[in-house]
Write a protein that binds this ligand. Structure first.
Ligand code: GLU
Length: 418
């Protein structure tokens, strides 16, 4: 008997980051010796003061429905953060939406901003510098849009220039997605580079693309260590009203399992966007887990010292992994300046064969063989787009000891290829 499922779901590409993360975890649970560098997940536990805030709220009976986009105190705290720390002008509590993780907030935002075209009309375009996180394209496509890739390479730190972005914008462009620090590249845009991109956005919005919006994914803003300060493009007054800043607590505070994401915006358009987010989320999931709201306020107010310790640990890990990768013949790596990913080019090894006779002809076949034959989990780069097909993603959100062991295994694996 064959009963149909919706093509929307059956045609959807599964997340390769989630797939490799789960596979490595399942192998470890089965007792296999696997070193996993797959999960984009800090190894640090959530700071105690944040946990206590949620425990207290739960004990006090904060267990009921809340306003869809978040309780007023938490929205105020996030608006204050975006105003003071990120310099976003005109961001009030009415410009904040809180969702169940960055991915959920992105999903709702894309459905608020994009739509399917009328029959015979072209799709709305979303300009995306690639390699980029694997979930942008599927989410954009589910919402009716189509991705226009802006190609970047390891040689330029995977940074798209303002000129490249300008060339990619057409009258059909609805959105430009930026992600700094970048997952999977580990690199960051400087303030100067973002100002040049903002000038292009401003010009395009005045001429060919009046509905142009920037979605700035800043989930990794707290994990920076390469001397480039984090800069929010939404702080530039000339385009502030057309920038949606996406963030969350997962990466900065070791809170991946809590599922807390948020967006901030500005001005009249920001208000309309937020209201539409509330309507859609109200038909989707309503509020996030109610007793986590006080934990958000607590994290913003009091977890700074823990965040700084984590940042320092990531900086040391970036140094360590960079030194090891640079010493491996044929591996080309751009030094990470933010987030916790290395994204080396491994093309030099394509065409070789593993000791068990598997042919390495892609990042995917290399990661498959490495997991099966060497007990090492990296994420293959194909689904990150563009030159990602020649790269593997190594998440160094793990101890220096694991990094040393993992790099030993990687080096031995590469040496074993014939
Ligand atoms: N964002 C993390 C990663 O890239 C978690 C998994 C996911 O959502 O993709 O690994």
């Amino acid at each position: 008997m064959s009963i149909a499922l919706a093509p929307r779901a059956t045609n959807l590409k599964p997340s390769v980051t989630v797939a490799f993360m789960n596979r490595a975890k399942a192998m470890q649970r089965a007792g296999k010796d696997v070193l996993s560098f797959a999960a984009g997940e800090p190894d640090f536990d959530t700071p105690a003061c944040i946990k206590m805030a949620a425990i207290k709220a739960l004990a006090n009976g904060m267990t009921k429905y809340m306003p869809t986009l978040g309780d007023p105190d938490t929205r105020s705290a996030l608006a204050r953060k975006l105003t003071i720390e990120n310099g976003i002008p005109g961001c009030t509590p009415e410009h904040i939406t809180i969702g169940a993780g960055g991915k959920h907030s992105l999903f709702v935002a894309c459905h608020v901003l994009l739509d399917f075209p009328a029959p015979g009309q072209p799709k709305q375009e979303v300009v995306l510098p690639v390699p980029a996180w694997v979930s942008y394209a599927p989410i954009v496509e589910l919402a009716g849009g189509t991705i226009v890739e802006v190609e970047t390479t390891v040689a330029t730190g995977f940074l798209a220039t303002a000129e490249q972005i300008e060339k990619a914008i057409t009258p059909r462009t609805r959105m430009v997605i930026l992600n700094s620090p970048s997952n999977p590249c580990g690199t960051m845009y400087s303030e100067q580079q973002l100002r040049a991109i903002a000038a292009v956005i401003e010009k395009a919005a005045k001429t060919i693309a009046p509905n142009l919006v920037v979605l700035s994914d800043e989930l990794y803003e707290k994990i920076v260590y390469g001397g480039i300060p984090h800069f929010s493009i939404g702080s530039i007054p000339a385009i502030a009203e057309r920038v949606i800043t996406l963030n969350g607590l997962s990466k900065a505070y070791g809170m991946t399992g809590w599922r807390i994401g948020y967006t901030g915006s500005s001005g009249e358009f920001g208000r309309a966007f937020t209201s539409a987010m509330g309507t859609l989320q109200g038909q989707m999931s309503t509020n996030i887990t109610s007793f986590t709201y006080p934990a958000i306020v607590e994290a913003l107010a009091n977890a700074g010292p823990e965040v700084e310790l984590m940042r320092q640990a990531f900086a040391a890990r970036a140094e360590a992994i960079n030194a090891r990768l640079n010493a491996m013949p044929g591996i080309v790596n751009a030094k990470a300046t933010g987030a916790f990913y290395a994204f080396p080019n491994v093309r030099a090894y394509f065409g070789k064969t593993t000791p068990q006779g598997k042919k390495i002809d892609s990042a995917m076949s290399m990661c498959e063989a490495m997991l099966e034959e060497a007990g090492l989990a990296f994420v293959p780069g194909e689904d990150f787009g563009g030159v990602g097909r020649e790269h593997v993603r190594i998440s160094f959100a793990c101890s220096l000891d694991q990094i040393a062991k993992g790099m030993d295994r990687f080096e031995a694996f590469l040496r074993s290829l014939k």
